[in-house]
Design a protein around this ligand. Sequence first.
Ligand code: BF8
Ligand code: SF4
Length: 637
Amino acid sequence: MDKEKLSRMSADPAVQAMIPKAKEEGVETIWDRLEKQQPTCGFGDLGVCCRNCMQGPCRIDPFKQGAQRGVCGADADTIVARNLIRAIAGGTAAHSGHAKHLAHILYKSAKGELKDYPVKDVDKLNAVASRLGVDLEGKSVQEIALEVGRLALEEFSEKDGPNLWAATNVTQGRVDTYLKLGVVPGGIDSAISDIMHRTHYGCDADPINLMLAGVKCALADFAGCHMGTDLSDILFGTPQPVVSEANMGVLKEKAVNIALHGHNPALSDIIVQVSREMQEEAKAAGAEKGINLVGICCTGNEVLMRHGVPSATHSISQEMAVLTGVLDAIVVDYQCILPSLANLQECYHTRLITTMPNTKISGAEHMEISEENAKDCAKDIIRAGIEAYGKRNPNKISIPEEKSEVVAGFSTEAIIGALKAVDSEDPLKPLIDNIVNGNIQGVCLFAGCNNARVPQDFNFVTVAKELAKNNVLILATGCGAGSLARHGLMTSQATLDYAGDGLKAVLTAVGEAAGLKGPLPLILHMGSCVDNSRAVDVAVAVANKLGVDLDKLPVVASAPEATAEKAISIGTWSVAGGLPTHVGVIPPVMGSALVVDVLTDKIKGLLGGYFIVETDPYKAAEKLLEAIKERRKGLGL
Ligand code: BF8
Ligand code: SF4
């Protein structure tokens, strides 16, 4: 296969090495299926197709020659806005479903029903409880956990006041703005069902009103993400810096390789715990290196952040990990799992194991986790991987060599901890001083997925390098973090190679003070997609210290290869948080000039943040730098 074609699919050399193998072995990949989908439907691309009732589907002619209204009379603006906010509701349901799952676990564990889920981080539990207004005086860990679990569960259904997780994790200025616009969410599930209601046949036909409901639901998504992070930290520990590796070179020929894929640490963390006791079992089955757990997607990020489990790959290249011929099992929970993984089992020995009642895949084997016996379930799952080890086809084995070192584990607490090494009394001071003196021009949070329509990783790496050169401090989460890790940008060496002088000086000073014997990595890995909430915590702390609102800070966000509905929800709450937010793929909204105008311009007057849609990564970097400059000017810097 010619090199140029390969580089249009992925910029990751390990993936480039696997694609021709797929061709040779007659295996269909995500890129083959993308090709078969061409040309995509123009109506769908523009967001002007409505299927919300059985008189449709209705389509609006973007060239204004044909129909301008659906059968019911809905116009392009209404249809585009309705489709957009249904995507936000989808993303919110996924993120908050993950949080709700953890809330149940914490609650049941505090009641003494789940022996395998003790509270691991009492400090975090106390911090979260205090933030929620729980009186800690004289209460045991179990009592506090019970109260936090109960409060978390109460945040889902209809409630009178504002959602606690949304309202207590932003600045007062944000809360005031949200109150003025009527977008403070109450119950998370209520915000989702309100969207399903108002987008039903014959309801809301005011595009602005629809979009405001979208903002409200996105803020419910923020609440769900933040709750997901908080409860994971309480149950499994708050991440601290950890050194590991990323890319398919982490797979080992002489080990039982088991990939943990999906999003929720509820199962994967337990698998990590019990795998330590099962090394001998794997060796007895002939795997002289024992069990080698690796991560894929955000579950991978969760176990990387807390245990240093290496990441094999992310997002659109998940099939490639199977093509190595040495992946013995893929254990999935939910979200972002390609159903095509099941088809690969026809050609490879890899067992695809689903574990959650809401995510079964035809062709996969289902081993549902019972939280009452989580460790036993985890052992059975690992045993399935050990069994598969003996069934490898030696002719199909080919592991790409590529792997990069990655320093991960930068929770808010870890970042503050590192800054404390510079100023123990006032840890935010060194960060703020360096923003003021211009060593750090601004901060960018990279988030979101890879997208098969974009050469994998190219946008992430290009925008990140451009920003780093211009002294922008970079944080990353989700598959974006995975992408930047696989390309070696989460190392001290990357700081030396790519950071502008000011940024290099700061990362070096903090890294050395924190005892790292070198600079902090060029890009700080903050975790999975729900952990975008960690980045908000840092920004809120800085804003509060400066006495300004979030929409005044030189902080921007970028999802240069966004795919999932979850990315749309996060992008929307990032904008609602006041951040200029770049998207590197064209979202399906272009069929409404009004919706586009609101998202990229008018919304700025309401919330301070706005979307920057730019598919060229070099231009995107320029636009993000421009936005940072504008913010600095606003602060008189
Ligand atoms: O929640 S970045 S492809 S794995 S949606 Fe999915 Fe996108 Fe990856 Fe993480 Ni986030
Ligand atoms: Fe068509 Fe209206 Fe039905 Fe949508 S809701 S499919 S626009 S008739």
